[in-house]
Design a protein around this ligand. Structure first.
Ligand code: TYM
Length: 328
């Protein structure tokens, strides 16, 4: 069985972009791949998190993975901070990447260009992500479009390590869906839908009130041409809605275009609002069931117990190769 690994940061509330770009694909892969899915809570520290909110967002994220259909019996689900080896391997790998490479990362450049004081963690963030990935030798890393650059850097660092110290890490492939890899903001469809949307109108949160999320779809920005057609360059708003529709209804974009040929945006948006509302309703119902009692803690404990021995073994191998281990 081929192996997959991916993670999501528990910063802010989980969005429809995270769901379509990451969580839903994870669910679809779980029967065919051996999967390691984790909560990147160490990564969340790169930006200040109010501790109470971080705790809640972390619990919500693990619950949403399961509510969306991930089965903890099949998938190794764990908290990054429960496997201490990640931070240690992150340190070694951070010593094997150049400042130039790190400063070319778009995510860092965006933050640095905002003229705010930023912590060093945001700069070295990809090294920890490299450790998360290389620790488990995955064949594939399913991510949204915005993380592709990080996975490519990870491949470079793994190759560098392997050629310097001999074969140690498998070179992972990023896996990005052709449709849904970059869900856009509903109010500004040239910008990615993000957890940190200022007024929240352009972002659907998975735990949003159903009526609120329907309203957001109905008031999504489109264009004045009135034709339901997929053309991300010239019709970013409608194209984004078509992608959301296609993924959530498991239908092709062409099929949906045909259904709405000659019909108006109003009807299309009303139907899509129903599709989104139904999907969220299902997830929210399951979310309510699993957030009571100690179920989530048990899942995390079992997940960490499966991940730790693999991480321990890989870190020992690395430490032997680089000369940190002194025992012969
Ligand atoms: P994060 O938490 O920003 O996002 C989690 C996942 O959701 C995807 N995503 C989107 N996909 C489509 N449309 C959107 N609008 C959208 N917004 C977010 C992201 O691409 C990502 O797949 N660095 C990672 C977390 C991480 C990780 C890893 C991922 C840490 N270690 C190792 C993979 C492997 C991050 O910040 O994702």
């Amino acid at each position: 069985m081929k192996r997959m690994l991916s993670g999501i940061k528990p910063t802010g509330r989980v969005t429809l972009g995270n769901y379509i770009g990451a969580i839903k694909p994870f669910v679809s892969y779980q029967d065919e791949y051996e999967m390691f899915i984790f909560i990147a809570n160490l990564h969340s520290m790169t930006i200040y998190q109010e501790p109470k909110e971080l705790r809640q967002n972390t619990r919500d994220l693990i619950a949403l993975y399961i509510a969306a259909g991930l089965d903890p019996e099949k998938v190794t689900l764990f908290l990054q901070s429960d496997v201490l080896e990640h931070a240690q391997l992150g340190w070694y790998l951070g010593c094997m990447v150049s400042m130039g490479e790190l400063s070319r990362m778009t995510q860092y450049k965006d933050k640095a260009s905002k003229n705010e004081v930023i912590g060093a963690g945001i700069f070295n963030y990809p090294s920890l992500m490299n450790a998360d990935i290389l620790m488990y030798d995955p064949d594939y890393v399913p991510v949204g479009e915005d993380q592709k650059q990080h996975v490519e850097l990870c491949r470079d660092v793994a190759e560098r390590f392997n050629s310097r110290y001999s074969e140690t890490f498998k070179i992972p492939e990023p896996l990005i869906a052709k449709v849904g890899g970059r869900i856009m903001d509903l109010q500004n469809p040239t910008k990615k839908m993000s957890k940190s949307d200022e007024n929240g109108k352009g972002t659907i949160y998975i735990l949003d009130d159903i009526n609120v999320s329907k309203k957001k779809i109905k008031s999504a920005v489109t264009d004045s041409d009135g034709h339901i057609h997929y053309d991300p360059e010239n019709k970013p708003g409608i194209s984004n809605l078509l992608e959301i529709y296609s993924i959530l209804s498991n239908r092709s974009i062409e099929d949906i275009e045909k259904q709405y040929d000659g019909k108006g945006y109003g009807e299309f948006k009303t139907d899509l609002a129903e599709v989104v509302g139904n999907e969220l309703e299902k997830i929210q119902a399951r979310y309510k069931e699993i957030t009571t009692g100690s179920y989530l803690d048990d899942v995390l404990e079992a997940g960490a117990a499966k991940a730790r021995p693999i991480a321990r073994k890989k870190l020992s191998k690395v430490e032997r190769k680089i000369g940190i281990t002194i025992k012969k």
